[in-house]
Write a protein that binds this ligand. Sequence first.
Ligand code: PBG
Length: 316
Amino acid sequence: MRRTEALRRMVAETTLTTDDLIAPLFVSETLAEPRGIPSLPGVVQHTQDSVRAQVERLAGLGIPAVILFGLPAAKDPTGSEAANPDGVVQVALSNLRSDMGDDIVLIADLCVDEYTSHGHCGIVTPGGAVDNDATLELYADIALAQANAGADICAPSGMMDGQVLAIRDALDSEDHTDVAIMAYAAKYASSFYGPFRDAVDVTIADGGDRKGYQQDYRNAREAVEEINFDISEGADLVMVKPALAYLDIVAAARAVTNVPVAAYHVSGEYAMVKAAAANGWIDGDAAMFEILTSIKRAGADLILTYFAADVAEALR
Ligand code: PBG
């Protein structure tokens, strides 16, 4: 049954399609021209104009959704720009909504790390810890700003306990009952986020890390707890992040829930393929399809990936 391509295609269990893809996009408040990100070849920090053009291109390729990250002009200890109605992501959302109508799903990453002067995902106490419950109030405000600007889905990525419930309550209290929540439910403190932090100009103060709120990669059962909590708080979709070193977690997520499961093939995972391919050590396109198909085979319905446009082009 493996002898010809047609036979193999006939019995293939898993098929990667353009409909599975969510493209991450970075939008800057200060750039006059799009700027490349050296550690993420092929990915740029967009201007408001260039992100509009890119989303039109992605929609034309058949990609169903994008997720937006913002680079604000100014950062402060509470990341207040994240909830500014005129903040960089809110402006992008309202432009994209008016350009695209309902032709593409607009997802807003919901966190403050790109907006805080210390680079943490929440309010930091004088002792240096992140204050979980104080941070929930910020997230509620951000959710409202994003929903008011036209987000279809808010995607809380800060790993605070109770964040999904806080956001759901805030959205419902202001008539945004239809705005969905894609929870970064099982998100690990990972070395694979390096290029992303270049992309959003984030450095965690004092050589810090996120191990106090993101998961420990030695733990798998704990991910199931996180996923169940988020679903009980109102998550409409759950995400596992990163993807490739966490395929067991993707499979576990698939086994415990019937809500859609997303997996984030993160910046470092993408950069490794690009770097090896640039050296001629692997076939980059073949590796891209093999990795993304493996993520789907493990149980993901959706994949957030910097390869989204490349895959869609190749599948055309
Ligand atoms: C936090 C956030 C991060 C990523 C997405 N959302 C970074 C972090 O947790 O430090 C990483 C995505 C990637 O590496 O591609 N708002």
